[in-house]
Design a protein around this ligand. Sequence first.
Ligand SMILES: [Zn+2]
Length: 182
Amino acid sequence: MEPEHRVLLLNATYEPLAVLSGRRALKLLFHNKAHVVEQSNKVMSTVKVRLKLPSVIQAEYFIRRPYKKPKFSKKAVFLRDNYSCQYCGKSVHKPTLDHILPRCRGGVNSWTNVVTACHACNNKKGNKIPKEAGMKLLSSPEEPRFLIYTEISTPGNYEKWRKYFDAYSGAQPQEEFASARA
Ligand SMILES: [Zn+2]
């Protein structure tokens, strides 16, 4: 069975806010609480109608929400690191988690102590810290900026929506997206 269609909800400020089901996204559109930013090629069929499902929608009004810490998970670490080894930079299909300070030496499961690594680098590093193993991290790991890292079900979705994350992180000018909507 195909995985359920997911829709990215952007805040009025373009901040990626949440990942919704197609049904919930359509509800927001029908009630004029959001508009479509990007369509998908998916269709939802009911007895009476066939509805085109969006891929990305944006809230009409600013949605205020309390800050919540993103939940730490293996999959979220892989997504944060874009499924690429943080030592050699290779993109890895079946990545492993590497504890920068190894667990046997007191290293914990945390956003700042865990990175994505390929098998070769993970083996090479073993129970050493990077310096001892003569290895260097390509970037220092941080807690992800977006809560929804933990909600995106597949790396495919992440790739598809990556420009929205990058745009909000300031990597690209936001005007590009404002004009893309017109
Ligand atoms: Zn590697």
